[in-house]
Design a protein around this ligand. Structure first.
Ligand SMILES: NC(=O)c1ccc[n+]([C@@H]2O[C@H](COP(=O)([O-])OP(=O)(O)OC[C@H]3O[C@@H](n4cnc5c(N)ncnc54)[C@H](OP(=O)(O)O)[C@@H]3O)[C@@H](O)[C@H]2O)c1
Length: 313
């Protein structure tokens, strides 16, 4: 039976490891530090959708310092932790390494390190937060299923493995473009949320900030297209393309008030505002032209150009 190791006992790692374990997959959650003893009695999941996994799950746990051999190593850490987590791929000698996370600037280095043939880039289709009591509150994101690089050597095989979670999984033929699109989307929405004091509902209720956020996404996507990148998936391309901006505004004003905003986007943006999120902003800038802001200077207070600094403070 395929042995799966999930590195990172945070929100994403715990939910995927828990769901795979419940499906009968031989999976080990690989943790470190204070998290280790606390996981010994099982992980505790609380899903916002009642039909999905909640309760305590006794997933086997291993110390990252004493990694068991695995066939598939899933990395579910924050982007700035990637280098250290990727080093585990060397010791695990896993034939396949899957990333379920933002890669920001680390994709090329990771690919060189583990070898393109072993690497499968993927992205989680859920969001959540870990409460002070250790319970992981999570929700699947209907609009963004787990997304797996269709052209990776082991892409289809890993999509099949991840489908055992019973979460929707899609394969993406243009994964680099998908990740670039996602960076622009998250950087813009995240900056908007942080500007609204970290509160997604306040953002939804602030017409000026909301318009600026939507404009930032539209301009970012336009810059991607000008640089010959596809906006992926197509539903996002439509919402922020030919359709009048008010539709995107209405859509996000609603979504930000639901668990998409309050559970999936805002808690992680707040939690990573000083480590991973600035890297996501820099990635968005890189893909949209860096200093050549997609907006005329001064025309938009949260243009991609200013966002990388504003989101820090
Ligand atoms: N949370 C969400 O809603 C969400 C949604 C979509 C995508 N994502 C993305 O998914 C990725 C993971 O996010 P997350 O929210 O799960 O992060 P998280 O809650 O911060 O969890 C990351 C975990 O990985 C651990 N870790 C880091 N390096 C490690 C290593 N070398 N060995 C063992 N454990 C290690 C961390 O331990 P320490 O605490 O010791 O650092 C932490 O427990 C990020 O790229 C994020 O942007 C998150």
């Amino acid at each position: 039976m395929t042995r799966v190791g999930v590195v990172g006992a945070g929100v994403v790692g715990q939910v995927y490891a828990g769901l795979l374990h419940q499906a009968g997959v031989n999976v080990t959650l690989i943790a470190r530090g204070e998290r280790l003893p606390e996981l010994g009695t099982g992980i505790r999941l609380e899903c916002a959708r009642p039909a999905l996994s909640s309760g305590s799950v006794r997933v086997p746990v291993a110390d990252a310092a004493a990694l068991p051999p695995v066939d598939v190593l899933i990395l579910a850490v924050r982007a700035h932790q990637l280098r250290e987590a990727a080093a585990l791929a060397d010791s695990a000698t896993a034939p396949v390494v899957v990333t379920l996370m933002h890669l920001t600037g680390g994709a090329a280095e990771l690919s060189a390190r583990v070898g393109a043939g072993r690497l499968v880039r993927a992205f989680p289709g859920l969001g959540g937060r870990r409460g002070p009591d250790g319970v992981v509150h999570w929700t699947p994101v209907k609009q963004q299923p787990t997304t797996v690089d269709a052209h990776a050597v082991h892409g289809q095989e890993m999509a099949t493995l991840l489908r055992r979670t019973r979460l929707p999984v899609v394969t993406e033929p243009r994964m680099s473009d998908w990740l670039a699109t996602h960076a622009v989307l998250v950087a813009s929405l995240g900056a908007g949320v942080l500007r609204a004091g970290g509160d997604p509902v306040r953002l939804a209720e602030d017409p000026v900030l909301m318009r600026q956020t939507i404009d930032a996404i539209r301009n970012g996507f336009r810059a991607l297209r000008e640089r010959d990148q596809d906006v992926r998936p197509p539903n996002l391309a439509t919402l922020f393309g030919p359709v009048p901006p008010r539709f995107a505004r209405l859509y996000w004003q609603h979504a930000l008030r639901t668990d998409v905003g309050t559970l999936s986007i805002a808690p992680h943006v707040r939690a990573s505002a000083r480590d991973e999120f600035p890297g996501v902003c820099r990635t968005a800038l890189t893909h949209t032209g860096g200093d050549a802001s997609p907006l005329p200077p001064g025309s938009n207070r949260i243009s991609l150009r200013t966002r990388s600094t504003n989101c820090l403070g």
